[in-house]
Ligand binder design. Structure first.
Ligand code: NAP
Length: 260
């Protein structure tokens, strides 16, 4: 299927691994020219090289922490004018509601609310001027249904979701679409680290922790970065022009409701 975005310049932050990498690879497969980012240079260069080899597209890399002002400035300067923006960053650590300090909240808000907002504020004016743009923010299923141990994520991503709900409707008439993709459990390093915390707490093996969690998902498995990335590429495609300010849940049926 031709997504109609071949040659478009796409910035995907936090994309050397996991869901960000899944999005970068799917956009490259659709013919996009990429700007990729992560803090660790080695994995970033390896993922970029694999994408160049697999899809023959241009890939620029910027190794920096996207949650800092300096990092974002470096990334945005290298990216220049982008037509597609996928925002992502690492998720906050698990914990208990009574233990989080102001500093913990500021860190989570910086990473999972203020960073995507800053990236959008930088990219949207050019997109609006050129009357074409797609933004996908990687958030979490915790936006629709809180995950108790991820209260920092629940809080920060709710703030981002509110910003997107209002802003998406202000930029839609300029041919710019902003939507959020909400992952449920996907097989990435992040899921491994959450499973490891369960292993330690409950004294069970990784396999047991994974099987236990998978059994709570109607699909009875974790999602893959590939299927997540292809959904992202569709949201960035010529066919998603009428999709405005939506929160698309990819969770294998985990959240049990009729309508949301
Ligand atoms: P992951 O496998 O741990 O990958 C995270 C990627 O982001 C890596 O490339 C990492 O590279 C990069 N990164 C992390 N912090 C960064 C920073 N400050 N600046 C630049 N790059 C950074 O994580 P994931 O599973 O793909 O998760 C992506 C997002 O989705 C997270 O916010 C996570 O909380 C959320 N999420 C994931 C799941 C899931 O089941 N996987 C479910 C719900 C929500 P470096 O470490 O080298 O920087």
């Amino acid at each position: 299927m031709d997504l109609g975005i071949s040659g478009k310049r796409a910035l995907v932050s936090a994309s050397s691994k996991g869901l960000g990498l899944g999005c970068a690879r799917a956009l490259a497969e659709a013919g996009c020219r990429l700007v990729m980012n992560a803090r660790g240079e080695e994995a970033l260069e390896a993922s970029a090289a694999a994408i160049r080899a697999d899809f023959g597209v241009e890939v620029e890399t910027v190794a920096c922490d996207v949650t800092t002002e300096e990092g974002r400035a470096k990334l945005l300067a290298a990216a220049g004018q982008v037509e597609i923006l996928v925002t992502n960053a690492g998720g906050p650590p698990p914990g208990m509601w009574k233990d989080w300090s102001r500093e913990d909240f500021i860190k989570a808000l910086d990473a999972n609310m203020l960073t995507p907002i800053a990236l959008m504020q930088a990219a949207l004016p050019g997109m609006m001027e050129r009357r074409w743009g797609k933004v996908v923010n990687i958030t979490s299923q915790s936006v629709k249904s809180p995950i108790a141990v991820l209260g920092l994520s629940n809080s920060a991503r709710a703030g981002l979701t509110g910003f997107v709900a209002g802003t998406a409707r202000q930029v839609a008439e300029y041919g710019v679409n902003i939507n959020n993709l909400l992952p449920g459990i996907h097989a990435t390093d992040r899921a491994n680290s959450l499973d490891r915390a369960v292993c330690e707490k409950e004294g069970i093996s990784m396999e047991e922790a994974r099987a236990k969690r998978a059994s709570t998902i109607p699909a009875n498995r974790y999602g893959t970065p590939e299927e997540f990335g292809q959904t992202c590429a569709f949201l960035c495609s010529q066919y998603a022009g009428y999709l405005v300010g939506q929160n698309i849940l990819l969770d294998g049926g985990s959240l049990n409701y009729t309508l949301a």
